[in-house]
Write a protein that binds this ligand. Structure first.
Ligand code: GDP
Length: 178
């Protein structure tokens, strides 16, 4: 039997935007409201992704705080695909993903750059400070990368986000094999 393909996806973004909560949703389908600032968490997720099939996805849930910004270089070097996560109730986190994108562009060749832009906490409608339109616009500027608004809390679009990212890496890997 052929080995399952293995892909590395990395979640980048400011602290507190919900990277760990999204990861937990993907891994276990659950949400816990407690907040534990992440330094770095790594998961091997053996899963079946729509359009891809059985595969192993290594998920790196990274530190968001600025003191760890230098570690970002390491994450960027070793990742296959990146989710740039902000929270729709946090304008600063939206500005930060734009900065991270610039860092990605500087470090990766254009053909190597796989990104999805994620506006998390879309359940917090009354606290929204970043509009959906602004998210769409930012994604367009990021070489028309996919964009989704998610909620780790109620599960909105979490599976779609994960599937889109893994399908993109899978497509690229198959293209590279040819
Ligand atoms: P990280 O630092 O980016 O990993 O953020 P966490 O996953 O630790 O989440 C930070 C806080 O936001 C926690 O209190 C979470 O419960 C909360 N949170 C995460 N995702 C959501 C969401 O989609 N909706 C709401 N309302 N809260 C969320």
């Amino acid at each position: 039997m052929p080995l399952k393909p293995e892909y590395k996806v990395t979640l980048l973004g400011a602290g507190g935007v919900g990277k760990s909560a999204l990861t937990l949703r993907i891994i276990s389908g659950q949400f816990t409201p407690s907040y534990n600032p992440t330094i770095e968490d790594y998961y091997r997720h053996d899963t079946n992704v729509e359009g891809v099939g059985q595969c192993i996805v290594e998920i790196l849930d990274t530190a968001g705080t600025e003191q760890f910004a230098s570690m970002r270089q390491l994450y960027i070097n070793s990742g296959d695909a990146f989710a740039l996560v902000y929270a729709i109730d946090n304008l600063d986190s939206f500005l930060e993903v734009k900065e991270i994108y610039q860092q990605l562009v500087e470090m990766k060749k254009p053909e190597e750059l796989l990104v999805i832009l994620v506006g998390n906490k879309c359940d917090l409608k009354s606290k929204r400070t970043v509009s959906t339109q602004e998210g769409i616009q930012a994604a367009t500027q990021m070489k028309k990368c996919p964009f989704l608004e998610t909620s780790a809390k109620d599960g909105t679009n979490v599976e779609e986000f994960f599937n889109t990212l893994v399908a993109a890496v899978d497509k690229k890997a198959r293209g590279d094999e040819k």
